[in-house]
Design a protein around this ligand. Structure first.
Ligand code: DX5
Ligand code: ZN
Length: 220
């Protein structure tokens, strides 16, 4: 199933609740939450208190993207704050096998994110631990960057592996998804689409509805 996951990083924090409501009422299925620690990436965004405080705005799944060094230290607390999906970065965590297993043991879905230059072979020996793979289509750290065209091939290669192995693993793409790139990533085989500035930058409900309609055309 194709799913839209608007990233609240580009919402207006003065009225975050209202922006989230507008996106989910227009049909968005996930809320993408970018947690940045100022170490793994240069920016610091927000953490557990903000996630707890917005939890009551919607029943939709909280898709928490941890751009955090040593994410194993904070997984339990994000689950307690209401995360439904927790995605950690392959580049930020030494013990991927046990950390991904731990996310599932705590009752959340486990995702693994790969920066643009990280090869797909890091996924080998982890397939049975994964609910989702997040392919970064920009270098993590900021919203509003340009899609990196070389990643289209990586999305297609991952789609091929997942289909050949008959696995039930979502492919999420994150960064620079907008009117100009949405069809490219869907054609390549992504099925969970993060969009920050392209959703929250202007008419939120209108953007969500337009992207969801395009996503329906590509339903597999
Ligand atoms: C980037 C974040 C993204 C970001 C996407 O490091 O992981 O989720 O919010 O923003 P846009 O869609 O504006 O590229
Ligand atoms: Zn993200």
């Amino acid at each position: 199933m194709n799913i839209l996951s608007p990233s609240i990083l580009s919402a207006d924090f003065k009225h975050l609740e209202q922006d989230i409501r507008e996106a989910v009422e227009a049909g968005a299925e996930y809320v993408h939450i970018d947690v940045m620690d100022g170490v793994f990436v240069p920016t610091i965004t927000f953490g557990m208190p903000v996630v707890s405080s917005i939890r009551s705005t919607t029943d939709k799944a909280f898709d928490v993207h941890l751009m955090v060094q040593n994410p194993e230290k904070v997984i339990d607390r994000f689950v307690e704050c209401g995360a439904d999906i927790i995605t950690i970065h392959a580049e930020a965590c030494t013990h991927l096998d046990s950390t991904l297993a731990h996310i599932r043991e705590r009752g959340a879905k486990a995702g693994l994110a790969l920066c643009p230059s990280t090869p797909l072979c890091v996924l080998d020996y982890l397939w049975d631990k994964l609910d989702m793979v997040l392919l970064m289509t920009v270098n993590p750290g900021f919203g509003g960057q340009k899609y990196i065209p070389a990643i289209t091939e990586k999305i297609a290669a991952l789609r091929k592996i997942i289909d050949e192995k008959g696995l039930d693993i979502d492919i999420e793409v994150d960064g620079g998804i907008n009117d100009g790139t949405i069809r490219t990533v869907l054609e390549a085989g992504a099925n969970v689409l993060v969009a920050g500035s392209a959703v929250f930058g202007s008419d939120i409900a209108g953007n969500v509805k337009r992207y969801m309609e395009i996503m329906r055309e590509y339903e597999r």
